[in-house]
Design a protein. Structure first.
Length: 255
């Protein structure tokens, strides 16, 4: 199914609602959502959980309040997620969640109701008074969930305050903040890359060390072979017998 800026899908015991556009009384654009359309669609849902994903700059106060009340009235458990911005009327819709979950890369923005008008001084004064009354309806929706005083809340709205996830959690606008899952993406962090290389090298070295086969055990020493016995020495040859030389011959030789 083609994903639209606004869509509602139900599967099993859960329904998912995406509000990724303006909240208006008459949806001119694909991204627009109206309380009438949404209220009709969720009224017939037979589910246990409704997940509402929000990324919206807001819109008409009346539409935001109607969506808030329609979600609060439903028997299902409602989880609202701030996927980007939940501003103005969209922040009121965000407050409809039994669980209000912000990404650590998201923001809320709250402010007083605005209007355009023409007329004399009496009309302008009346319109200003009316705006205070209209703003109070949103104040009441916030006060059902936040842990700050009404005076502090109104001061934040007077200042048109952007609220970070940490501050939203501290003040009770959100019930939890989730970090985005780490992804494999291009990075310019040399420190991280070096750490990964070092860790990878240590792991590889450990594996190589474990793969070296154990040294073979030394063979038992063998007794030395006995030295061969020396060959017997040959018997000396017998001396020739002495010859008896006549004495007169000897005398002649040495004369």
């Amino acid at each position: 199914m083609k994903k639209r800026y606004y869509s509602l899908t139900a599967e099993g015991s859960q329904a998912d609602i995406y509000i990724y556009g303006d909240i208006v009384s008459w949806p001119w654009l694909e991204s627009d959502v109206s309380s009438y359309n949404l209220a009709q669609e969720i009224a017939g849902l037979e589910v246990d959980t409704i997940n509402v994903y929000i990324n919206s700059y807001g819109g008409e106060v009346a539409e935001g309040l109607a969506i808030y009340n329609a979600l609060r009235r439903h028997k299902a458990r409602v989880r609202t997620y701030c996927d980007g911005f939940a501003c103005s009327a969209a922040s009121v819709v965000f407050m409809a969640g039994d669980e209000r979950i912000m990404s650590n890369a998201s923001l809320l923005m709250i402010h007083n109701a605005w209007t355009y008008t023409v007329g004399d001084q009496n009309q302008l004064r009346k319109d200003a008074d009316d705006l205070e009354t209209i703003t109070q309806a949103s104040v009441n929706a916030y006060l059902d969930h936040v842990n700050i005083s009404e005076d502090k809340l109104k001061a934040l709205m007077d200042a048109q305050t952007w609220i970070s996830p940490a501050d939203a959690l501290e003040m009770g606008f959100a019930t939890s903040v989730v970090a985005l899952a780490e992804k494999k993406a291009a990075s310019q962090s040399v420190r991280k890359q070096l750490a990964e290389l070092i860790l990878k090298g240590q792991t590889t070295q450990t594996l190589k060390t474990r793969e070296v086969p154990p040294e073979p055990e030394p063979l038992p020493e063998q007794a030395p072979e006995p030295a061969p016995e020396p060959a017997p020495e040959p018997a000396p040859e017998p001396e020739p017998p002495a010859q008896n030389i006549p004495q007169n011959l000897l005398a002649a030789l040495f004369a």
